[in-house]
Each structure stands twice: as C-alpha cells, then as structure tokens.
Design a protein around this ligand. Structure first.
Ligand code: F6P
Ligand code: MN
Length: 334
C-alpha cells in the first residue's frame, strides 16, 4: 500500500466512519502545519538566533525562551483565521485568545503548550508541542475561561509533536493513537504507526528524583520498592529515565512502556503538582488511555477532574496500566 499522509488519514476518518467532521480535520491539519513551522524554527538552532531567553515571564512566572514566544505566535497565526475555532488558550497567555471579529468562528476550542520542555532547547534535547481540542459549549458565542473548564473526558482530539532526531506527530481522535513522521523532503506527516498499545507491565520509571524529600508517603513507598530492585518486594530490577521534557518522556512510554510521575509533593503547598491540567495532563491522559494505559492523579482518573482554572496544576501519574493502578492503590491505602 502506498504511504498514508496525515491528510489522507484524516479524510478517511471523516468519510469512512464519520468519526471526525470537516472542521475538526481542518483544525488538526492546521495544527500539524504549525508544528512543521515550529520544527523548522527549532532546527535552525543558534544559526536562526532563536535560542536563549526572551527576557519575559509567562503567566506561570517562568522565564520565557525565545522559542516559547515564536511557537506560540506560529500556533496563533495559523489557527485564528480558518473558521474552525471559537477561541484558543495557551500556556503562554494568561487569558483565552478570542477569534478576531474580522474572521469566521467555529465550534471548537483549542488549548496548547506551544513548546513543552523548553528548558531543554538550549542544550539541543527533544522538546515538543502539546494540544487539546474541546467543543465550545452550546449557545456560547464569546467563550471566556469558563467555556474551557471541561473535564478531559470531553476532549474530541488530543496530540503532541516531538521535535527530536525526527519530528513526530502523535494523534488521537478518540479511536486509538496514530504516529506520523515528518518527511522533510515531501513536507508531509506520514503515518508510521497505528493503534499503538502501551505494554501493561514495565520495569522503567520516570520521576525527578531530586524532589524525593518532598514526596508524600504513597510515592515514597512506591519508588522505594522500585529502587530496592531484585532484593526488594518487587523481586526485579527497575531502570530510570528522565528527559525533563514531558513529550519526550511520554513518547518513550508510548513506544515501549513505563510509568511517568510528577506527583503532588510538599515542596510548595500552593502548587498541587508541577504540570498543567488543561494543556499537559489532559491531552497526555487521553492519548495514554487511548493506547491502553492509565492516567491518574493518585486519587482519581485525570480525565474525570473538573477543572477550576485554565492554568491549574495537577499531579500526574501515567503510563503502563498495572503500575499506575498500583500507585493509585498505595494512595487509596493511605
Ligand atoms: O512543562 C513542564 C516540564 O518542562 C515538563 O515538560 C517536564 O516533564 C517537567 O516540566 C520537568 O520538570 P523538572 O524541571 O522538575 O525536571
Ligand atoms: Mn510544558
């Protein structure tokens, strides 16, 4: 069979099983095109004068990198005029971005983390873009923050791009997970894996161990057991990996299994975790569940959390189902 481009994959999803509407197809293609442009900007590195700090802080109080700002602008410019969106929201913007009145409006809400893991950009390690698509609530014509505050189970699509040795786009529209690799000569994303499945068991974990002294008892117990290895209660050795780009860590887990944890800790009582619910945890949780894995805060399924703020933080434990369920069990045991 001839290679399947993202365009063909989406058109077949639209026509064959009616899974997506034409506007959602357009939305995903526009996001993919923006990711191609971001990939080009990142690929220039120091030659493109795109590395380093933008000398500004975002809404999280984090110093923005030049590429954070560039990636955010690429996604905004690409998405605001096509008529497929009712509004956008980004990690880099405090409030939702309305569609300018001169453009038509559509029925979807798009949320994104334009450049995830951006502290890695200056040292040439993989970074990515994460996105989530919701429906604008019925009857809402000028969506504000409250229109976005829907549980992750209502996402109609989610995905991420990884800018690594190759640029990949990983996508779900709610019927499994597909991976597309950017063919730089053709300029197209080509389907390279479909119906991904995360192994239910794993011997690999990902956590920032420098936070160990602030972890809560269930996480201390779980990681302690993994570190005890063959001599401990698990009776096997575990390996650890931590890229510090969520996209790269999650992609490894999607590819070969593993458990990723950025749990709640006692470091800063104002922050119930590091990662953001709406444009990091929710899209990743949908992808992981669609690949047969699990995603939990420790206390509940991430996709069931009722959001209270666009930029709220949440504990994240995701990946191989049996390990995630074990950690949730340790939380339930107190
Ligand atoms: O977006 C937040 C993020 O950069 C994730 O991509 C990554 O998993 C995490 O933070 C890294 O955190 P830390 O700096 O604590 O290792
Ligand atoms: Mn991020």
């Amino acid at each position: 069979m001839s290679p399947v481009s993202l365009t063909r994959y989406l058109i077949e999803k639209q026509h064959a099983d009616g899974r997506i509407k034409a506007d959602l197809r357009l939305l995903i293609e526009v996001v993919a095109r923006a990711c191609k442009a971001i990939s080009v900007a990142i690929g220039k590195g120091a030659l493109g004068n795109v590395l380093g700090s933008a000398d500004e802080e975002n809404v999280q109080g984090e110093v923005q990198k030049k590429l954070d700002v560039i990636a955010n602008e690429i996604l905004l410019d690409a998405n605001e005029w096509g008529g497929h969106l009712a509004a956008l929201a980004s990690e880099e913007m405090e409030h939702p971005h309305p569609i300018p009145h001169r453009y038509p409006k559509g029925e979807y809400l798009l949320l994104f983390d334009p450049l995830d893991g951006s502290s890695n950009i200056d040292v040439n390690i993989s970074v990515g873009t994460i996105f989530s698509v919701l429906r604008c609530p019925d009857g809402v014509t000028e969506p504000d923050e409250s229109a976005f505050l829907q549980p992750g189970s209502r996402q109609v699509a989610a995905g991420y791009a990884v800018y690594g040795p190759s640029t990949l786009l990983v996508l779900t529209v709610g019927d499994g997970v597909a991976v597309f690799t950017l063919d730089r000569e053709r300029g197209s994303f080509m389907l390279t894996a479909d119906n991904l499945r995360i192994p239910e068991d794993t011997r690999e974990f990902a956590i920032n161990a420098s936070n160990q002294r602030w972890w809560q008892p269930p996480v201390q117990r779980y990681i302690g057991e993994l570190l005890a290895g063959r001599e401990g209660p698990r009776g096997v050795d575990f390996n650890m990996r931590w890229v510090a780009s969520m996209v790269a860590d999650v992609h490894r887990i999607l590819s070969r299994g593993g458990i990723f944890m950025y749990p709640r800790d006692n470091k800063d009582p104002a922050k119930p975790g590091r990662l953001r619910l709406m444009y990091e945890a929710n899209p990743m949780a949908m992808i992981v569940e669609q690949a047969g894995g699990a995603a939990s805060t420790g206390l509940e399924r991430i996709l069931d959390v009722q959001p209270t703020g666009l930029h709220q933080r949440i504990p994240v434990i995701l990946g191989s189902r049996n390990e995630v369920e074990r950690v949730a069990g340790y939380h339930a045991a107190g």
